[in-house]
Design a protein around this ligand. Structure first.
Ligand code: UD1
Length: 417
């Protein structure tokens, strides 16, 4: 297990570039098997989740070449091999092979996906969607066997706008006869990224980014090409770091519309920044006001930025409240934040109170999940003394080259095996 060591209190200046979005890329790789023979995916982040997805694709007999930040995928000789549990549990996104393999072969065998332990995270909406398209789903303990002689397009209503289910049903629907309509679809930017990839292959996808998406199969599929959007969560994490430690820090690759909820909150609590084209310039805010944040689906405040934001709010003057509406186990980072000197109080499974401002002190902490790890990393950057983050591999699951990027803007940070 790797360890990150940070000497806190150093200003951040210069320019940092946002990498490709984890949650887009992890869907685009499985989606690539729907292309005629080959796909190119540009701007792929170098993160552990991608490494595991490549392992699954290679097991399926896809040939993958990495050139700079692009992945060249040849799926012309793909085989529909059952995906073993030891690979599927490595990440959440392994569930996208359900939709993609079902569309391609009419059958898939895979175990329940993994991912951060931040709540129950069922996949019932995905399963219900596959069944509505005509698939038979057999579940034996953790193992899913999904089969369809023929998938037939249909109007499907989601009880909740799940990101994963929206993408999975879009993927499955490319193999269905007729038109599939998803009502109450999720609207996150990664869904638009996946829809563009499918459109480039020749499928008809209308309405991605809205609550109603229509998908139609295509008799003559082309090769696939797509560029991964910049990662809005990595971006938000850097913006939060800039508000705490920036000295004219420049963040490149901003898509303002993707992080609007964060920007509005930052303005509300007194953080100042400037955006010119895709570059934000941000400096330390000396007088942060407390606030109330409720995590919501896009375009609401993203749950994935709730934990990094918690660290920022330890520096606000007064009491802040975070209401986490998506997950019931996403405050685990607060245990170590308190050990570093923060005052946070978990009021219920979904409500956290933060009292600031507090001086944080470096100590040994443990990253329990990806974004919780990011929140501790930010805490380490602002703390007095040295912070050691153990089990930091979870952070590397989602942040590309995090230590070298931060070093390049002035952080004193090292990673050791
Ligand atoms: C995706 C992201 C994750 C992010 C989350 C919410 C990926 C690989 N992961 O996760 O980083 O935190 O969106 O923005 O893209 N739910 C059900 N049944 C289902 C599906 C979801 O009850 O079948 C619930 C979940 O438990 C959760 C909520 O719906 O409470 C949102 O889940 P969803 O949008 O599906 O998130 P994930 O795809 O797991």
């Amino acid at each position: 297990m790797s360890k990150i060591t940070i000497e806190g209190g150093h200003q951040l200046s210069g320019e940092i570039k946002i990498s490709g979005a984890k949650n887009s890329a992890v869907a685009l790789l499985p989606a690539s098997i729907l292309a005629n023979k080959k796909s190119v995916i540009y701007n792929v982040p170098e993160i552990k989740d991608i490494d595991y997805l490549i392992k699954i694709m290679e097991l399926l007999n896809c040939k993958i070449e990495h050139k700079e930040d692009a992945l060249y995928i040849d799926s012309s000789e793909i085989k529909n091999i059952p995906i073993p549990e030891e690979l599927s549990v490595q990440m959440r996104a392994s569930y996208y092979f359900m939709g993609a393999l079902l569309a391609k072969f009419g059958h898939v065998e895979i175990s329940f996906p993994g991912g951060c332990n931040i709540g129950a995270r069922p996949i019932d909406i995905h399963i219900k969607g596959f069944e509505e398209l005509g698939a038979k789903v057999e579940i034996n303990k953790n193992r899913y066997s999904i089969t369809a002689k023929k998938l037939i397009g249909k109007k499907i209503y989601f009880d909740f706008p799940s990101v994963g289910a929206t993408i999975n049903i879009m993927l499955a629907a490319t193999g269905a006869e007729g038109t599939t309509i998803i009502e109450n679809a999720a609207m996150e930017p990664e869904i638009v990224n996946v829809a563009s990839f499918l459109i480039n292959m020749g499928f008809k996808v209308r309405g991605a980014g809205t609550k109603r998406i229509e998908i139609e199969g295509c008799p003559k599929v082309k090769d696939g090409v797509i560029e991964v959007f910049p990662d809005r969560i990595e971006c938000g994490t850097f913006v939060i770091m800039g508000a705490l430690l920036g000295n004219n820090l420049k963040i490149k690759g901003i898509i303002k519309e993707h992080i609007e909820a964060l920007l509005m909150k930052l303005t509300e609590i007194g953080v100042k920044y400037k955006i010119e084209e895709d570059v934000m310039t941000i400096s330390k805010c000396e007088n942060i006001k407390p606030t109330y944040i409720k995590t919501l689906v896009f375009p609401g405040f993203p749950t994935d930025l709730q934990q990094p934001m918690t660290t920022l709010l330890t520096q606000a003057k007064g009491k802040s409240i975070i209401e986490e509406t998506l997950y019931e186990n996403r405050f685990k980072n607060t245990y170590d934040l308190n050990r570093m000197g923060a005052i946070t109080n978990v009021l219920s499974l979904h409500k956290l109170e933060i009292t600031g401002p507090r001086k944080l002190k470096g100590t040994k902490v443990i990253a329990t999940d990806l974004r919780g790890g990011a929140s501790l990393l930010i805490a380490g950057l602002i703390a007095e003394g040295t912070t050691e983050i153990e089990s930091c591999d979870v952070i590397l699951r989602g942040y590309s080259h995090i230590t070298s990027k931060l070093k390049s803007i002035g952080a004193k940070i090292e990673i050791t095996e």
